[in-house]
Design a protein around this ligand. Structure first.
Ligand code: PMT
Length: 419
């Protein structure tokens, strides 16, 4: 007798309950949006389609209406009281424009709103993804590339088109990205935790440089990577971020306001000025503890000075000043240590008046200055919160943000660390 096969378990639907606003624009690839809509709904998504007038010349709205089981939004003025340019993006978990023409990229980059879809894009606050499709020369044009860069800087995801045969017959980069690529980007964006929405994070990063003369300075080996990783993590979790950074070689993270500074004094002024705006302050910068007392205005000649004579003075402790002036802000400091980390972190927490200290063993392998990874002990007023082994700085940044949130807004009955 044949044994009964166990019933195969249905695959969980990856997009179950997700509300997607699918924008379709006037490209020959508009027909592929039909297949995309089918896949999205098969994966459980609730999809509303918005078409531009030009898109309706390639595919009839009826096709999308039947497949999505919802009316297709086309006309900016058709909604009466409902105002679909506001209501549809507001209720969406993600907005996907596929195919996205050069025209919609340009309109969105410039903030134009002369039809329903472009007006919707101005009202989009959830993740926004563009899947471009156009002629290869159009994609390569500096104007299109500038628009793509502007949109990415603002936090939108603009996928790269595929290379392959185009409608013109030419083989070039301009085909709509593969459905698997579009879906992966969509799922990644939907998976983002936006638990820092509403927080305003003031961060410091990098070293400071304290002038000896016009060409020489005292500084340290901070690359800025830890502070920049924190800025990106906070941004990706929905926070507004201002990053006051000493000199680094890192590119400015998109959708983060970067305030470049050179000296400890400049860093202090910029941070204190922005303190009232912030809800959380994180001092990841390696601020110089000393600076030359009298920097020379002209380059110091080799033989002019005794090499042992460089009079230094202490810089102000920025973290302490921030703690003195804060009102409701949550204050995080770092402690770069080569000795007993927890004891030093506790001491700095108390002396500097922070709420959390990230004790950073800067002598350990793969940890501290310059590396892409870091290890840390998180010490709060309650004691050790987490002892974290070496991991990528971006991952550590997320763990630090998790700890800050749990201390700022502890879950009911949550125990915070041990003494
Ligand atoms: O930039 P990376 O290459 O990625 O390296 C990361 C890092 C090692 C620089 C970072 O993880 C780190 O440990 N930053 C703090 C470095 C430091 O200056 O530590 P500290 O123990 O000397 O200072 C303690 C705290 O006081 C820090 O938050 C520091 O920003 C702050 N401080 C220090 C001196 C000063 N004059 N004003 C301050 O506010």
């Amino acid at each position: 007798m044949k044994s009964k096969e166990p019933a195969s378990r249905p695959k969980p639907l990856a997009l179950l309950g997700k509300r997607i606003l699918l924008g379709v624009t006037g490209s020959i690839a508009a027909y592929k949006a039909v297949g995309l809509l089918r896949t999205l709904t098969t994966e459980g998504a609730d999809v509303t389609v918005a078409m531009t007038q030009s898109a309706t010349r390639f595919v009839t709205p009826l096709t999308f209406e039947v497949l999505s089981k919802q009316p297709v939004a086309i006309d900016l003025f058709a909604g009466g009281q409902e105002m679909p340019h506001l209501s549809l993006p507001e209720r969406a978990d993600a907005v996907l424009v596929a195919p996205a023409t050069a025209n919609i990229l340009a309109k969105s980059a410039a903030g134009l709103a002369d039809d329903l879809l472009s007006a919707m894009l101005l009202n989009t606050r959830c993740p926004l993804i563009f899947a471009p499709a156009m002629d290869g020369d159009m994609w390569d044009h500096p104007a299109v590339q500038a628009n793509v860069e502007a949109l990415r800087k603002r936090g939108a995801v603009v996928l790269e088109p595929e290379v392959g045969p185009l409608a013109s017959g030419a083989v070039a980069k301009g085909r709509l990205p593969k459905e698997t690529v579009i879906l992966a980007a969509l799922k990644e964006q939907l998976g983002r935790k936006l638990d820092w929405t509403g927080q305003r994070v003031l961060l410091s990063a990098g070293p400071t440089q304290e002038a000896i003369d016009p060409v020489r300075f005292i500084s340290n080996r901070s690359s800025g990577k830890m502070g920049f990783a924190l800025a990106e993590a906070a941004r990706d979790r929905g926070a507004e971020v201002v990053l006051v950074s000493g000199p680094t070689a890192l590119p400015a993270p998109p959708a983060v306001t970067v305030v470049p500074v050179e000296t400890a004094k400049e860093m202090q002024a910029e941070l204190l000025r922005r303190l009232p705006w912030s809800t959380v302050v994180i001092m990841a910068a390696a601020v110089a503890d000393f600076r030359p007392k009298r920097p020379a205005t002209d380059k110091v000649k080799k033989l002019q000075h005794d090499p042992h004579e460089l009079e230094l003075e202490r810089t102000d402790d920025i973290l302490t000043r921030l703690a003195e002036r804060r009102t409701t802000q949550f204050l995080v400091g770092f402690a770069a240590e080569t000795g007993p980390i927890v004891a030093q972190a506790r001491e700095k927490l108390r002396r500097k008046g922070a709420d959390l200290i990230v004790g950073n063993n800067v002598a350990a392998e793969g940890s501290g200055f310059g590396s892409d990874t870091n290890a840390a002990v998180l010490v709060g007023r309650q004691g050790i919160i987490a002892d974290l082994a070496v991991m990528p700085k971006r991952q550590l940044a997320d763990r630090i943000l998790d700890a800050v949130l749990s201390l700022k807004e502890p879950a009911p009955g949550q125990k915070l660390g041990r003494r």
